[in-house]
Write a protein that binds this ligand. Structure first.
Ligand code: NAD
Ligand code: MG
Ligand code: ZN
Length: 277
């Protein structure tokens, strides 16, 4: 038995047994034991199954996703969004659900060829949808996004989007555009969002962010010039905060929080945090 969570290209849907998770627009089904159910039991419930995908092995046991058309009532169970599992509970299970969500979304959105409109089929032994007419393969979509903590000695630059929980300030982030390097994107995003220039860009680590399919590349950068001017509509407020007087910060498992906590730890001589993958 291999311990932990290992994603698999494909599993045999006709095989019996294993674990399964069920996903609807309301999130994942869970009971007091969590979101993993014996697969044969789950398939006997009154669920409107849209598609079934083998997604990996957890502690050596196969895990399947039942992608549903709608959320139905299952006695003793309720539905919870992926963010809820990210915020609390077992991190490995959150990784299973994050992967399941990305595969379910991608398969649903790639039933038809984006080039000719014909139905696509799943490729054997590969996580890809295939159009026979165009010879086109579509792979799961991953969107690279830069996230950066900009610092000026004891001060760090944090901003609020109107989408954030009330009061919370976070590091700057944004999606890469075609033609950009990671560094180009970071410099552009910081300019666009606060009109500040940065220098000494340093890569710090990455994190899968399955909301719905970002790959966060985390950086630290030093302030090089400019006064903060928040971007209209995107940035509600942005400020330099002293490390001894910080506002409410992002969730502890996010890379945004890791970048902040790592800087504080290095500045104040504390133990360094570990980035949750
Ligand atoms: N894990 C973390 O700690 C953390 C923290 C902050 C942001 N994020 C994530 O980083 C990502 C980017 O952050 P943002 O929302 O500030 O981005 P952003 O500054 O680029 O602005 C968002 C805008 O980008 C456009 N957009 C949406 N999806 C896109 C895509 N796939 N490619 C290109 N453009 C797209 C839309 O117009 C959207 O309104 C988001 O997924 C966000 O959830 C993660
Ligand atoms: Mg942004
Ligand atoms: Zn086609």
């Amino acid at each position: 038995m291999t311990p932990g969570w290992i994603t698999t290209t494909l599993l045999d849907n006709d095989a019996q047994g294993g674990w399964a998770v069920a996903r609807s627009r309301e999130g994942f089904l869970h009971d007091t034991n969590g979101p993993l159910f014996p697969r044969e039991w789950l398939k006997r419930q009154d669920l409107s199954v849209f598609a079934e995908h083998g997604i990996g092995h957890l502690d050596g046991e196969p895990v399947y996703l039942l992608e549903l058309n709608s959320a139905s009532d299952v006695p003793g169970c309720s539905w919870q969004g992926l963010r809820g599992f990210m915020l609390q509970g077992d991190h490995t299970l959150y990784k299973v659900l994050g992967y399941a969500a990305q595969i379910g979304t991608w398969a649903r959105e790639h039933r038809f060829c984006g080039s000719c409109g014909q139905a696509m089929v799943q490729v054997p032994r590969e996580r890809a949808m295939f159009c026979q007419a165009c010879d086109l393969r579509s792979y799961p979509r991953i969107s690279p996004s830069m996230i950066v903590l900009v610092t000026r000695g004891d001060e760090i630059l944090l901003a609020r989007s109107p989408r954030f929980v009330t009061g919370v300030y976070s590091t700057l982030a944004g999606f890469a555009e075609p033609g950009e390097s990671a560094e180009d994107c970071l410099i552009r995003e910081v300019r666009e969002e606060v009109q500040v220039e940065v220098k000494n860009i340093q890569y710090m680590g990455s994190q899968c962010w399955p909301f719905p399919h970002s790959m966060m590349l985390g950086f630290h950068a030093e302030y090089a010039g400019g006064d903060i001017v928040p971007q209209a509509d995107e940035i509600e407020d942005a400020q330099w905060f002293n490390i001894h007087d910080l506002p409410p910060l992002p969730a502890s498992r996010s890379i945004a929080r890791y970048l902040i906590d790592l800087y504080l730890a290095r500045r104040l001589g504390h133990a360094e945090p570990v980035l949750p993958g």
